[in-house]
Design a protein around this ligand. Structure first.
Ligand code: PNW
Length: 453
């Protein structure tokens, strides 16, 4: 552990990687351009009643054409890194088969422009936009193999310039929200056995993807995952509650991050799944547990938990209360402690070499004021508090190396359409005008000082 810092020292580690994040379908638009194939989200967003206000990603932030404007925003912030995702269907319009050179050209242009601006690209291979042509989507095991082939191909093309890859974004969202809850593409509400099978194909895609990236990338390329593990905060900071939080974290993420980090499904998961447990083939678990260079976490909502001897698990998660503070998205409860305890749980359970925060940020009801500006003091409050907890984790010696704020700019917020704004830059979707919010100026100052205050 690093030596304790004085309470007044609000600085982050030297060389801390400050960044912002986005994802392809949420910003690119140009859905019918240069040979891009259709995705599950094109179909879903064009199905009436699925996305608020009938919004789609057809145009989004038009970053397919305006990526240079986006990079100018980043440059002005002084960020060192940008987390972006690749649209699989721009590269393989049918999900597999013959690559589409124009799709590859686009990402080469973006990556070269980032490097020219002195910004390090960090690339997510899959951020939910699945080529529609893949039969059965994530219900079909072959999709995991198709993903690995695509990821390996892109690693071969980009690893001369991209040194950090994340396989998939948020296992729980693209499996459960799409196939159990039904509020994301493809909008299914499957039975438990089928849901567990989809989850298995998700972690398998990650694992096969890690192997394929390593097989095709230049030596020294870092590979990891960007996951939104459910995070448990001990109600009271005492050893028994801390232990309860750690156990709850490992149990609740058993079919996702725990499987990835341990290369097996732990007993508590298999016991609770019973006859609905996924069908696993020989070699799957070893692939799923492929060693990683880092773990990246998307951190938003906390779950508080207490030790409880009367519960067979030894703990009880505490429900959010009606008056628990939330931001503009109903699921986004305020809990800065999630930042610290998320990093600490992953560190103590699995001792990864490095941890990145691949997303953290908030929605707010951002409207331009009379001067044409957004004074988002609520977002500044949120970020300041979460970053204080990330800083604590780093100062205590946990291997937190960087932070990607979600998001660079307002964008297509999935089922909420354009109604929920997560950006530190406001986007007027009628004109595509980007305007820095007050939070962008705040973030710029934080990066300049490499410190809170
Ligand atoms: C993440 N939840 O999604 C995604 O990675 C981003 O694409 C998205 O825009 C961002 O967070 C904001 O929503 C989440 O229900 C969606 O807890 C839902 C949840 C968490 C994250």
């Amino acid at each position: 552990r690093a030596a304790a810092q004085t309470p007044l020292d609000q600085s982050f580690p030297k060389d801390f990687l400050w960044g912002t994040a986005t994802a392809a379908y949420q910003i690119e638009g140009a859905v019918n351009e240069d040979g891009r194939g259709q995705t599950n989200w094109d179909v879903f967003s064009h199905t009436p009643g699925k996305v608020a206000n009938g919004d789609t990603g057809d145009v989004a932030c038009d970053s397919y054409h305006r990526y240079k404007d986006d990079i100018a925003l980043m440059r002005n912030l002084g960020i060192k890194a940008y987390r972006m995702s690749l649209a699989w269907s721009r590269i393989f319009p049918e999900g597999r088969g013959k690559p589409n050179a124009k799709g590859l050209d686009y990402y080469n242009r973006v990556i070269d422009a980032l490097l020219e601006a002195g910004i390090q690209p960090n690339v997510t291979m899959f951020h939910w936009d699945l080529p529609q042509a893949l039969p059965g989507g994530w219900q079909n095991r072959d999709t995991a193999k198709a993903f690995a082939d695509y990821a390996g191909f892109m690693a071969g093309k980009l690893s001369d310039r991209v040194h950090r890859f994340m396989t998939v974004n948020e296992l729980r969202c693209f499996t459960d929200l799409g196939h159990m809850v039904g509020i994301h593409a493809p909008g299914l509400k499957l039975a438990p056995a089928q849901v567990n099978q989809v989850r298995h194909h998700g972690v398998l895609a990650h694992g096969l993807g890690v192997q394929a990236i390593r097989a095709n990338a230049k030596a020294g390329t870092e590979v990891g995952i960007a996951d939104n593990a459910n995070i448990y905060v001990p109600a009271i900071e005492t050893p028994e509650h801390i232990e309860a939080a750690k156990k709850a974290f490992r149990d609740d993420n058993a079919m996702f991050l725990t499987a990835v980090m341990e290369g097996r499904y732990i007993d508590s998961y298999l016991a609770s799944a019973g006859a609905n447990a996924p069908k696993v083939q020989a070699g799957d678990m070893a692939a799923i547990g492929s060693p990683l260079d880092f773990v990246a976490l998307n951190i938003y909502t906390p779950t508080f938990v207490k030790a409880d001897a009367s519960d067979p698990r030894g703990y009880t998660p505490l429900p959010h209360l009606p008056q628990s503070p939330r931001m503009a998205s109903p699921w986004l409860y305020v809990g800065p402690e999630a930042a610290y305890w998320g990093v600490r749980a992953v560190s103590e359970l699995w001792k990864p070499k490095a941890i990145y925060i691949s997303e953290n940020g908030t929605s707010a009801d951002d409207t331009l004021n009379k001067s044409g500006l957004v004074d988002d003091s609520d977002r500044i409050m949120y970020l300041r508090n979460y970053l204080g907890q990330f800083r604590r984790a780093a100062a205590e010696g946990y291997p937190l190396k960087g932070y990607f704020l979600w998001s660079l700019m307002d964008n297509f917020e999935w089922a909420d359409g354009y109604g929920k704004r997560f950006g530190i830059h406001h986007v007027d979707f009628a004109t595509q005008k980007r305007t820095p919010k007050l939070s962008a100026l705040w973030y710029k100052e934080l990066i300049r000082r490499n410190a809170l205050v």
